[in-house]
Design a protein around this ligand. Structure first.
Ligand SMILES: Nc1ncnc2c1ncn2[C@@H]1O[C@H](COP(=O)(O)OP(=O)(O)OP(=O)(O)O)[C@@H](O)[C@H]1O
Length: 285
């Protein structure tokens, strides 16, 4: 029987400081392979520092980090071809054209993906000749993602992958990350968006002030003493229909001994409307 492979990421008691400032304070977490794991937390929680330590850019000051069973600093040469990194803020030179940059990164890998296909998939087909600094924020993000994926990594670290993207680009990116997971790739992402973590992640780690404050599946983390029931109707409700609905809900709550904590009437979210009007595919802006 082959031994179980090491987890994708194992962080144990990690401590990282910048001068006197403790950025990561005894953090431990495990990421299983072929999962999407979201690291959630407010600004300054220590997410980027943790990811950069996993990527081998920073050496742990205390504790240990293993990625695919390897030490990201000591075993960097062995690990580098097996991981993909999408940096916050791009990582491309300002004057380079989008496809030149992607082709350049592809040439650093032994078995890269077809760059034209990848660019097309990410909606970058029309801006291949555009200099990096002239790309929109969302296009820069997508190019950064393409650069992280082109080498067929076993694990990909993506720092706020959809920051600055329009809703279609977000959904296309989510679909792509899900496909990667189906293909056996491990995805570790940081995000500020709760809906992103809820939609995508198999496992969520919430960190605050450098400490792990909760871990679990989105269901585990959202399960509690209350539940949400959502009703979507096909037209705006006249006042009498709204009143009748409230009265029915009141009767239902008595009949079933359920306390209704809140009830709200409103329209669909802007994101719902935007997606419905413009379709799910990526807009080639
Ligand atoms: N190079 C640095 N020098 C000094 N302090 C730093 C440095 N990088 C990060 N910090 C500090 O360390 C803490 C953790 O920062 P980090 O970037 O890891 O958090 P984050 O969770 O990724 O935040 P954000 O969501 O804003 O990107 C913050 O207080 C930050 O100000």
């Amino acid at each position: 029987m082959p031994a179980d492979p090491a987890p994708a990421v194992a962080v144990d008691g990690l401590v990282m400081r910048y001068g006197d400032k403790v950025a990561v304070d005894g953090l431990s977490l495990v990421v299983e392979r072929a999962t999407i794991t979201a690291v959630l937390g407010p600004n300054g929680a220590g997410k980027t520092t943790t990811l950069e330590t996993c990527e081998g850019y920073r050496r742990p000051q205390a504790g240990s980090v293993r990625v695919l069973g390897l030490d990201p600093v000591r075993d960097r040469r062995e690990l580098l071809p097996r991981i993909g990194v999408m940096l916050q803020g791009g990582g491309a030179w300002s004057g380079v054209r989008a496809m030149e940059m992607l082709d350049h990164v592809a040439r650093l890998h032994a078995h890269p993906l077809d760059t034209a296909m990848l660019a097309d998939r990410l909606g970058l087909g029309d801006c291949g000749r555009t200099p990096y600094r002239r790309l929109s924020g969302g296009q820069q993000q997508r190019l950064g993602l393409a650069m992280a994926l082109v080498g067929r990594p076993e694990i990909v670290f993506v720092d706020e992958p959809t920051a600055g993207m329009d809703p279609q680009a977000r959904h296309t990116t989510w679909d792509l990350l899900r496909e990667l997971r189906e293909a056996g790739v491990t995805v570790v992402l940081t995000t500020h968006y709760l809906d992103e973590a809820e939609q995508l992640a198999d496992q969520v780690h919430i960190i605050d002030r450098g400490r792990l404050v909760a871990s679990g599946t989105p269901e585990e983390l959202t399960r509690g003493s209350s539940a949400t029931v959502r009703l979507v109707v096909d037209k705006e409700l006249p006042a009498e229909a709204e009143a009748a609905l409230r009265a029915s809900v009141d009767r239902w709550s008595v009949d079933h001994d359920v306390a209704v904590r809140s009830i709200s009437f409103g329209s669909r979210t802007l994101e719902d409307v935007f997606l419905e009007l413009t379709g799910r595919g990526l807009r080639h802006d």
